[in-house]
Design a protein around this ligand. Structure first.
Ligand code: G1P
Length: 289
């Protein structure tokens, strides 16, 4: 079984739900306390052993590439002032040279199309996908949990979580078949179903481990829901030839592409923050009095 070394992170979206904050700042760079949201997703992937990151970017996303570069002037100034903690943190977050690739999705044709844009870099290897809008706060990184499951069952694995039935139309939803602990064999899935006809209330959360054959399917995938090329539709086709499993991870997800999800993520990470956690918690308590 090939190790999962590469991850695709689609970051081309406009961030329409949190405009105007995202007019000039990529939504992935919005801060959750003192780190951009994207850094949390990178940390999750690194903990899972990911060695190469493929960003599918778009126009106005240059800040992402710059964020992962060295900042010599800043580093020099931090050293001069003896601010070694921040200096060390910056160095720690700087990726190994050559461990990131950036490809452009020139037009917003949907998640499936964004993933297909990474095909040349993925080549013949199984790979992970992390949707950076979704932060997953957990003891062990969600992708690391999935890789553990992958080492048991192989094939394709997608993270799922149960949600209230009335929310299913916002997500991809799976048809569960047979369960073995947190691993569920899947017999189907559908993108943004009507709650009345949804196959379950298990939503696809935004973390995937897929076999490279998905790329050949995406090449010819027609537009689906919302007139977008949907990854879910391509996975349904791949399911005819390969096994698919869902994984019910331990952790809490936050949709940082939405106002409330972003706010909730800030609260959740603030109260566990090493420096400000305690004070943040008492502030939160004061607000709820
Ligand atoms: C995408 C996927 C969907 C998944 C969701 C998770 O939808 O297509 O299957 O449930 O991400 O956030 P989007 O949020 O791009 O509409």
């Amino acid at each position: 079984m090939k190790k999962i070394r590469k991850a695709v992170l689609p970051v081309a979206g406009f961030g329409t739900r949190v405009l105007p904050a995202t007019k000039t700042i990529p939504k992935e760079m919005l801060p959750i306390i003192d780190r951009p949201a994207l850094q949390y997703v990178i940390d999750e992937a690194k903990e899972a052993g990911i060695e190469h990151f493929v960003f599918v970017t778009g126009r106005n996303k240059g800040a992402i590439e710059d964020y992962f570069d060295r900042a010599y002037e800043l580093e020099y100034s931090l050293r001069e002032k003896g601010k070694t903690d921040i200096y060390d943190q910056l160095n720690n977050d700087t990726p190994t040279p050559g461990s990131m690739s950036f490809v452009r999705q020139q037009s917003a044709k949907g998640l499936g199309h964004a993933i297909w844009c990474a095909r040349e870099i993925i080549g013949g290897d199984p790979f992970a996908i992390l949707l950076p809008d979704v932060l997953i706060k957990s003891r062990k990184s969600c992708l690391a949990q999935m890789i553990e499951a992958y080492e048991k069952v192989g094939s394709n694995i997608i993270a799922v979580d149960s949600i209230p039935n009335e929310q299913v139309s916002k997500y991809g939803v799976i048809s569960p078949q047979k369960r073995d602990g947190s691993i569920i064999h899947i017999s189907g899935m559908v993108e943004k179903p009507n709650p009345a006809s949804a196959p379950s209330n298990l939503k696809i959360t935004g973390r995937y481990i897929l076999q490279p054959e998905i790329m050949n399917i995406l090449e010819n995938q027609l537009a689906g829901v919302n007139d977008e090329i949907q990854l879910t539709d391509a996975m349904v086709t791949l399911m005819q030839n390969q096994e698919f499993y869902a994984y019910e991870y331990e952790g809490q997800d936050y949709d940082c592409g939405s106002k409330l999800g972003y706010f909730e993520a800030v609260l959740a990470y603030a109260k566990d923050h090493t420096e400000i956690g305690e004070q943040a918690q008492s502030m939160i308590n004061r607000f709820s009095e």
